[in-house]
Write a protein that binds this ligand. Structure first.
Ligand code: SF4
Ligand code: SF4
Length: 89
């Protein structure tokens, strides 16, 4: 029987190439989890955004809220986002 996946044992992780990022914010806008948070609360901040642009640079703020949907990847004009699989323990 498959074990339920907890928030901390996800097998994937969002990875951002900081050097390539131009801080456009397209990933932040495209992310459906961010969109839900924004609809619910009216704004996004560090407490519940998955991906947030601050000071013209993108940050993955709440990795645990990321569903791994991949929507942000094609949204990035400079291909700075990737999803990497974590090594199994
Ligand atoms: S993979 Fe999906 S949930 Fe995760 S940051 Fe990208 S758009 Fe948001
Ligand atoms: S879409 Fe790409 S370039 Fe734009 S803020 Fe996100 S990671 Fe940076």
């Amino acid at each position: 029987m498959a074990m339920a996946q907890t928030q901390n044992d996800k097998t994937y992780k969002i990875k951002i190439n900081w050097y390539a990022c131009v801080g456009c914010g397209d990933c932040m806008t495209a992310c459906p989890v961010n969109l839900d948070m924004k609809r619910t609360k009216g704004y996004l901040d560090e407490s519940d955004a998955v991906i947030l642009v601050k000071n013209s640079n993108v940050h993955v703020i709440n990795q645990n809220l990321c569903t791994g949907c991949g929507t942000c990847i094609p949204a990035c004009p400079v291909k700075a986002i990737d999803i990497i699989m974590k090594e199994a323990d």
